[in-house]
Design a protein around this ligand. Sequence first.
Ligand code: FAD
Ligand code: PYC
Length: 403
Amino acid sequence: MREIFRSGRMWRRRGDLRDSYDVVIVGGGAHGLATAYYLGQLGVKKVAVLEKGYIGSGAAGRNTTILRSNYKTPEGARFYDASIHMYERLSQELEFNLLFSQCGHLTLAHTDRAMFVMANRAEVNRLHGIDSKLVDTAQVKRLCPPLNVSPDATYPVMGALYHPPGGIIRHDAVVWGYARGADRLGVEIHPYTEVTGFERSGSRITGVRTNRGTVRVGQVVNATAGWSSLLGEMAGVELPITTHILQACVTEPVKPLLDVVIVSSQMHVYISQSDRGEFVMGSEIEPWTTYRMQGTLNFLQDLTRHTLELFPQLEHARLLRSWAGLCDLSPDYSPILGRTEVENFHLSAGWGTYGFKAAPIVGRTLADLVHTGKTPELIAPFALERFYEDQLVSELAAAAVSH
Ligand code: FAD
Ligand code: PYC
């Protein structure tokens, strides 16, 4: 272990695969690595993370880094709030600066109906001890001076749901911090190792097939987000998930202007300014299902038009780059977490457009489940069975701009 500190590497080079592992985690994104880290903390030995690309090559490295807990259902609000509290301490815990800026989060309302919905959400949030409140146009302007709140705008701002604990974080740093932490606890990280199938005996998985050979396994965690239904199929577990792309883009770096996250469902846009100065912007999920991460011109045209209505000052800012990532959407816009009918095959799936903020609490609760065999109370409402038992946890309209 000392060798790695001397080498200056974040984590050890991948070695050969062993013949067997106690736990194989498929997916080297934020969820897989967080689960590996907390398993390491619990003293679980022989844990491997298998990642088909490079670490963080999936949605973990493509998201718009927004953290918040202003969800609609009691189950969702409690769960995401626990994650935000973990994020608040994470830089210290991982001894790695994650650049978490708790700058606050404003969900704009442009209609009477939206004001009513935001008031309702603020009440639900407060009932669960989450700091959210309804603010009027003048307060919005005070919180975000550069925002255009003119009554002559196409969609004038009537008010907003203000959520002070919300903010942005450096997404790559979260991935690297968890990877380094897991590595230091003895977890093996295997990039460029694709899982191609599972071997089963009765209701258990006994082996994981990969492009580098087959390994025997005690327990498996499917943390593949956009690809989770494909891995489910390999294991014989059908997941009610459709995979879509979500697109995002950034401007060239500009002077500090925006220090709060702005979301407008009506205008299908969310905007923040990163600490590099780039305006980070995204829109709604694309309605078609695909695994091709290809962007579209329509996205850029609609997004820039709406962004300029809110921030006309960006008129001359140039777009630097745009990209797309996969999103695994569940029917009720809540995640699917925990056990499946294959007794040693566990899930972190159904993250749609909103899973990055959940990585710490997912890691901790899935590690507990794998270690103890008991489902933590916080994730019990998100079990796969809910779709068969009519116990949906509907986050429709609270999950992201598009819902
Ligand atoms: P991923 O990083 O996608 O990890 C899954 C990994 O599994 C991938 O690296 C993939 O290569 C690997 N894999 C797949 N198949 C195999 C296989 N067969 N073998 C081995 N490895 C495999 N969420 C928020 O909370 N806030 C946001 O602001 C936000 N913005 C977003 C913006 C965009 C553009 C996108 C695309 C998503 C956004 N999300 C956001 C959603 C969030 O990024 C995801 O829900 C979350 O990152 C998913 O968990 P993960 O990080 O573990 O997934
Ligand atoms: O979950 O807050 C979120 C989010 C914003 C953009 C994409 N997801």
